[in-house]
Design a protein around this ligand. Structure first.
Ligand SMILES: NC(=O)c1ccc[n+]([C@@H]2O[C@H](COP(=O)([O-])OP(=O)(O)OC[C@H]3O[C@@H](n4cnc5c(N)ncnc54)[C@H](OP(=O)(O)O)[C@@H]3O)[C@@H](O)[C@H]2O)c1
Length: 416
């Protein structure tokens, strides 16, 4: 199997594309500038190609034996030169699929620098003749991390008036990119990726209030006021111009439309802002109520505590978004939305669980934890006691915690 090359592999989206491709059993090569940073952020199974967009020889080496690639880079004045260098090198290497991360509104000549750059790269890609799929993304939910400090202080400041935008979780962008790369699909019109619904900053503040447990108020800024604040932060002029223009478009409703690309490609709903915010609660000042799961065995033990506490959200947090559940008997559930439903069903029995982890085998970022358990509860058929043994595959996440990838029984469950 030829490796798929992921550029921008240490970034917001690229990092998750790596995870999503590996989860599909595909071979992944990551183009990285800094191998130490890559070792911290990426799973051990990834092949590392050290390189730089500004160094064509390094790109040519990274592309040896590659026929598909994910193309993304940092926003900035070098973006066009960087991404077109990858496209040209890929064309010379006979790559037969480039999946490019672009932006909603990409257009050559746009007054917004970022939209113009993406427009130029898309045009270059089309002219290169390399088969491609362009993912035009709406605003990332992760942009809200730039507001984290003021949110911790209870205020969400933005020149957004009362406009709405269908922010998208970078995890969903990565999941769609991985699906397209895995399918090898080519030659569609650009796919426009959005979140599940358009929300206003007042609604965003309400979600952040709910997730942090502290009151967060949206404070609308006048455009000029926001512009001065960005300049005062010392941001580069192109970025100030880009953000100023982006909020102007946001206020005009440009980012409001919702598409069905994410649910139709992934077979599940797009992730909500609440889903994203829960995963990033720490950035908004939330200290986990219970110790984090810094070792594989902690996850299994925490599972018992959360079942006993009836904590559905806590339980769902123990799984990777693409995890697979092999219980109840005879049922296989793939992906967090379905797993959440199974867990919710389990909790309706108001169960009490005891048990422990018996063995953990760990190799790099993967671990196999086996254990035993007993559960009592009351189902629709009356009181029951169930016992069983499980073997869970866990993966270390970029933040160092562990989550379940596969949760399965290793012997039939006895129920009385
Ligand atoms: N934010 C939004 O709302 C939004 C919306 C639509 C589209 N987009 C687009 O999404 C893209 C940004 O995605 P992102 O957030 O995943 O980016 P990101 O987190 O900033 O990551 C950028 C990646 O590019 C790598 N990189 C930068 N310069 C490089 C170089 N010279 N050679 C090799 N690698 C280099 C970085 O590596 P290092 O770790 O070494 O720095 C990093 O892995 C941009 O094109 C942006 O326009 C963003």
């Amino acid at each position: 199997m030829n490796p798929i090359l992921v550029t921008g592999a240490t970034g917001n989206v690229g990092r998750q594309v790596v995870h999503q491709l590996l989860a599909r059993g595909l071979r992944v090569r990551a183009l990285v500038r800094d191998p130490d940073r890559a070792a911290q952020l990426l799973p051990v199974e990834v092949e590392i190609a050290i390189g730089d967009f500004a160094d064509r020889d390094s790109l040519a080496s990274a592309l040896i034996g590659v026929d598909r690639l994910f193309l993304t880079s940092a926003n900035g004045p070098d973006q066009v030169a960087h991404e077109t260098a990858v496209i040209d090198t890929a064309a010379a290497a006979a790559v037969n699929l480039i999946v490019k991360l672009s932006t909603l509104g990409a257009e050559v000549g746009s007054p917004l620098p970022g939209l113009d750059w993406h427009g130029r790269i898309e045009q270059h890609l089309q002219r290169s003749g390399v088969p491609s799929v362009v993912l035009r993304s709406n605003l990332f939910m992760s942009n809200l991390l730039a507001n984290a400090d003021s949110v911790v202080g209870g205020r969400l400041l933005a020149p957004a008036a009362h406009a709405r935008a269908s922010f998208v979780d970078p995890a969903d962008i990565a999941a769609v990119a991985a699906a397209v790369l895995a399918d090898g699909q080519r030659g569609t019109d650009p796919l426009v990726l959005t979140g599940p619904t358009a929300i206003s900053y007042t609604e965003i503040a309400a979600v952040l209030s709910a997730v942090t447990g502290r009151r967060v108020d949206y404070v609308p800024l006048a455009p000029d006021q926001a512009h001065e604040a960005l300049l005062a932060q010392g941001l580069p002029p192109w970025l100030v111009a880009h953000l100023h223009g982006a909020f102007r478009l946001l206020r005009a409703g440009t980012f409001e439309a919702v598409t069905d690309v994410v649910p139709s490609r992934l077979g599940r709903p797009a992730r909500t802002l609440a889903d994203w915010a829960e995963d990033h609660a720490a950035a908004f000042g939330v200290t986990p109520a219970a110790p984090g799961h810094a070792a594989p065995a902690d996850v299994a033990r925490r599972f018992l505590d959360l079942v006993n506490a009836g904590d559905l959200e806590g339980l769902a947090h123990l799984y990777e978004p693409t995890a697979v559940l092999h219980w109840p008997a005879g049922q296989v559930t793939e992906g967090l939305p379905g797993i959440r439903e199974v867990l919710a069903q389990l909790l309706t029995a108001r169960p009490t669980m005891t048990g422990d982890v018996d063995h953990v085998l760990q190799s790099g970022n993967l671990a196999l934890a086996s254990g035993h358990w007993t559960m009592t509860g009351t189902s629709a058929d009356g009181p029951f006691t169930a016992t069983g043994r499980t073997a869970d595959v866990l993966r270390r996440q970029p933040d160092g915690t562990w989550r379940m990838v596969i949760d399965s029984p290793i012997e039939p469950t006895a129920t009385a």
